[in-house]
Design a protein around this ligand. Structure first.
Ligand code: F6R
Length: 241
């Protein structure tokens, strides 16, 4: 595991965007695995800058997002599809039809998860999977549990996860209770993984994930089994590693 600790927000965003851009430069048809949440927003902002400067193009690239809430219409401001369009896709030259987010408002969510699984299998190997890190060690929405699932599936969100995400909604009651997420197997299948975390409140879980035992109670600890993981941290999140 290659740990990169940076000193400020600007370096964080430049480093993350640089990893994405150099992949696209060497492989224009790259398949990206993308994450939502607060952590990658600045990285996506810097990617947009690099696109505008002509440094990188996404014309031939495709993307697969980690997860999506169940029960929000696709155009709901907090749906992850909307988030990705707003924060990245609408500002770069990726073709929207080449961007994929699980369908959170399907009549049959289990079928939507199975469909996403099939889509991923047909896509082949993701070249670079971006990940944020939940305070409880979740990646995607794979929450701590006695057992973890490999393929995309439906999850019940932890109360802590719903509370953490309530900041984006009018109240916690509006935060969905379920989501579709790539499984641990889908995530570990990627050629390279970029895990990103910022802030003192992530220091403890970063240390558990990278240095603690590999356990289903900390899903991110399974990243220790992957041969090509880069971890991008600010000083606060990296204090214990
Ligand atoms: C987002 C996702 C989540 C977040 C995690 C951290 O697609 O799957 O695992 O990465 O909850 O969120 P932030 O970055 O908001 O702290």
């Amino acid at each position: 595991i290659n740990i990169i600790k940076v000193n400020n927000e600007q370096q964080f965003n430049e480093t993350g965007a640089g990893i994405i851009a150099s992949l696209l430069q060497s492989k224009p048809r790259a398949i990206l695995g993308l994450a939502t949440g607060s952590t990658p927003v600045g990285v996506y902002g810097k990617v947009i800058d690099l696109y505008r400067e002509g440094v990188v193009s996404f014309k031939q690239a495709s993307s697969y997002n980690l997860d999506e809430y169940i029960g929000l219409p696709a155009n709901h401001p907090e749906s992850y599809r909307q988030f990705m369009n707003d924060k990245l896709f609408n500002h770069i030259d990726i073709l929207l039809e080449n961007t994929h987010v699980p369908s959170g408002n399907a009549v049959d969510p289990d079928k939507a998860a199975a469909d996403y699984s099939e889509l991923l299998e047909n896509a082949g190997q993701i070249d670079l999977q971006l990940l944020g890190l939940g305070h409880n060690g979740h990646i995607g929405f794979n929450e701590p549990s006695d057992e973890l699932q490999g393929p995309p599936h439906i999850v019940t969100l932890d109360e802590r996860t719903r509370q953490a995400n309530a900041r984006f909604f009018k109240s916690i009651d509006e935060v969905p209770t379920h989501a579709i997420t790539m499984g641990i197997g889908s995530i570990l299948h990627a050629k390279q993984i970029l895990l990103m975390a910022k802030g003192a409140d992530k220091a403890e879980i970063v240390a558990q994930a990278l240095k603690g035992p590999i356990t289903t109670q900390c899903p991110a600890s399974f990243l220790q089994t992957h041969p090509n993981v880069v971890v991008l941290l600010d000083q606060a999140a990296g204090r214990l590693v």
